[in-house]
Design a protein. Structure first.
Length: 414
């Protein structure tokens, strides 16, 4: 499968260079823990609709037609972005989509048990992911393949769990990127607790937790909002509202826009165009800097669209219209940035051709690595259950060993 077939059938060429990381670091101000606890949790912030009721309904810096628009509050956070960094953002989105398409194909070929595609959500993930600093900590769900890419996690490491050969695939502390969380919404509590610890340690790093519109209805998320607000935790809640919680539309879950929920907890909420990588970068930088300054949590609602299925076990044609999907394909995040790059003369045909070759090489590597993954040790599941061992686990291990041995005995009896 080529890049053309995975870029929402719009950006027909995709290619890239070894572009520098775009917006990968932000300038942080060192703060004492006391500053965090003394800041007002409900402080009103300019440009944050959830805090003051003012500001735009949807923060947008790049229109669906690829036109750059101004925003007084958030422009400063991307004012110094270079053409090289813009190409880097484009490269990130194209390669992430290429990887995602390959994973979907591998599942269809029986190489993976399941796959949760991010198709259509690349801008939300790359923009927010590139806003984080190396010392920030990220808590994902199971669809944040683009954020993992930004954090330096090898994409092939994401596939082991979906192939059933490991329980995660990477060391969370190597990249400050937690393992994927399957239990809906629980990672927001983990993120809140971690952020409270960061504040007590007096560090100036921040925490970001990713979840979807469906998870926003979970009690764990509500508890996270409560604790983070009361303890002024340095955490950003990044909700990718792709408008469908499997087959449940957002309007069946809430009577107000999701970002407005933050008002009830006393911290800002902002809705950003989730298909606009520049806006997602700017808003997330703003929210993370608030956290580092000791101003507490922020809810960012990235309003986007899931162009594919919820997972490979889902059939979205049964619950949503083709016209809806087609209207969102016209807002494709990759096409949007490509149009801007071409109109601004920030990228030429050589760039796009090189990136297409790079994406093909990535797809080939993903296929080869997945098919070469060794079968797991059948007894690994019994390891690390308890720090010092446990009699019941030992008993279960022995029972499983006898069960496995029974197959060998049957073979010898033939």
């Amino acid at each position: 499968m080529t890049v053309e077939s995975t870029a929402a059938r719009k950006p027909r060429r995709s290619a890239g260079t070894t572009a520098a990381k775009s917006g990968a670091s932000t300038t942080g101000t060192k703060n004492a823990a006391s500053k965090r606890t003394s800041a007002a949790a409900g402080k009103k912030t300019p440009g944050a609709p959830g805090a003051s009721g003012a500001g735009p309904e949807l923060v947008q810096l790049l229109t669906p037609e690829g036109k750059r628009v101004k925003d007084a509050t958030y422009d400063p956070y991307v004012a110094d972005i270079s053409p090289e960094e813009l190409r880097g953002l484009y490269r990130d989105m194209v390669l992430t989509r290429r990887f995602d398409a390959e994973a979907t194909s591998l599942q269809r070929q029986g190489e993976l048990g399941l796959w949760a595609s991010l198709l259509g959500q690349e801008a939300a993930q790359i923009g927010s992911g590139r806003a984080t600093r190396e010392d920030d900590y990220v808590f994902p769900t199971y669809r944040e393949h683009g954020v993992a890419w930004c954090r330096g996690v090898d994409p092939t490491n994401l596939l082991g769990m979906f192939r059933g050969v490991n329980n995660g695939g990477w060391d969370p502390n190597s990249n400050n990127f937690h393992l994927y969380t399957i239990v809906i919404g629980s990672q927001t509590l983990h993120a809140t607790g971690y952020a409270m610890g960061v504040a007590k340690d007096g560090a100036d790093s921040a925490v970001i937790a990713y979840f979807g519109d469906g998870a926003s209805s979970q009690g764990d998320v509500a508890e996270s909002f409560t604790f983070s607000a009361v303890y002024n935790a340095p955490v950003v809640f990044f909700c990718q509202n792709n408008q469908w919680a499997i087959s449940e539309p957002t309007e069946k879950q809430t009577r107000v826009p999701l970002y407005q929920r933050a008002q009830g907890y006393g911290f800002p909420g902002v809705r950003v165009d989730g298909n606009d990588v520049l806006a997602c970068l700017a808003v997330t930088k703003w929210a993370l800097e608030r956290a580092r300054r000791g101003e507490g949590p922020t809810l960012v609602e990235a309003y986007t669209y899931r162009m594919g299925a919820h997972t490979t076990s889902d059939d979205p044609t049964k619950y949503r219209a083709d016209e809806e999907r087609e209207s969102w394909e016209a807002k494709d995040p990759i096409l949007r940035l490509r149009t801007y790059l071409e109109a601004s003369n920030h990228a030429d045909e050589g760039f796009f051709a090189e990136l297409e070759a790079e994406s093909e090489a990535l797809g080939k590597r993903v296929r080869e690595v997945v098919r070469a993954m060794p079968d797991p040790d059948h007894f690994a599941i019994f390891e690390n259950v308890y720090a010092d061992g446990h009699a019941l686990v030992d008993e279960e291990r022995a029972q499983f060993a006898a069960y496995q041995a029974s197959f060998a005995d049957e073979g010898e009896g033939k």
